[in-house]
Design a protein around this ligand. Sequence first.
Ligand code: AMP
Ligand code: GLY
Length: 412
Amino acid sequence: MKVLIIGAGGREHALASKIHQSAIVDKVYAIPGNEAMVNVAEIHNEIAESDQQAIVHFAKQTHIDWVVIGPEQPLIDGLADLLRNEGIKVFGPGQAAAQIEGSKLFAKQLMEKYDIPTADYKEVSNRKDALAYVETCELPVVIKKDGLAAGKGVIIAHTKDEAIDGVKAVYPEEQGQVVFESFLEGEEFSLMTFVNGDYAVPFDCIAQDHKRAYDNDEGPNTGGMGAYCPVPHINDEVLQQTNARIAQPIARAMSQEGYHFFGLLYIGAILTKEGPKVIEFNARFGDPEAQVLLTRMESDLMQHIVDLDERQPIDFKWKDEAVVGVMLASKGYPGAYDKGHEVSGFDLDSRYFVSGLKKDGDHYVNSGGRVILAIGEGITVKDAQTAAYDNAKKIKSDNLFYRSDIGDKAIK
Ligand code: AMP
Ligand code: GLY
């Protein structure tokens, strides 16, 4: 079978590596891919991720059997629908179902209607109402702009002044949809769930991301600064609760409302005193959660996707080891950062997943915010953490930074 991966980040690097190992896959292609994937996929960076017609044309001409879409934007733009209309199998939801990620309001309304545990919310559609709301709302309050924000569109305001500044920041103009949420306290975790209509199968391995830019969860929100799995202190009971109260009901809800979701539903949850509650849904694998989960996964991802398509049982197998991934990001990220600084010291092997590097002559330079994820494996999270930081330290660059506490929550 021939598989085409869409995307250019570290998550797609991990997807390509894992699918390349599949017993049922003959060849992996990537559009646009990145140069670090050369050992696992045929790269087609002459085609843009946004060029839907060219992607469909390539998939037909190359007789691709399955397309696996990594990032949210092509899903929200309807790439899966277009490919399916041409009779090509796609792992990833169509445009309508991808709203579960693309619109906070869509997700909130669905959770409200189907009684799925999440933070209370209030939607407003203009700055005036937003400013009026923060006069009286409970603090802290969470302010989210509707639409895609790459994990960077969320403001947590602890005081009224911060809330007023937050409203001004999300309202450069008078109008616009904004969701206010009550602040949930507890530990966050990520549960990847295979979904085919009302058939939902969560991974039986939780991961934990580190969303803030700096140590001790300080600084601005990012796309994710590191992840690890499994999460030993978030036990099986929590996984079962998340499945029963969130994964199964949301799959049924989408189905009942006429949104057929086929792909990976990312449940971003927070473990509150009342149990797990939803922070966000994504319509695709987490990044960098995918990199650590797929490193730990022993069973065949592509076989799982085929089994999901056929609504067969999915039999996950995991290595005994824990996996930690430490993100090296360009200094300044998630704000402005310099590009073009040399990055060296790493090999293109399973210890590194590349998201923001490009070739410049015979060396690599940084070309994005999140640049490269250093992976470590070990019997315990502590051992995996030590290995990950050893690998992170091998990378040489004057322009990268990383958090020094990835995995600490499992080690305390
Ligand atoms: P989101 O883009 O919705 O995933 O939010 C990004 C991050 O903001 C989350 O990973 C949380 O750390 C934080 N966050 C979002 N919503 C809430 C909430 N209701 N309560 C507490 N923290 C939140
Ligand atoms: N790591 C969080 C996300 O992929 O949205």
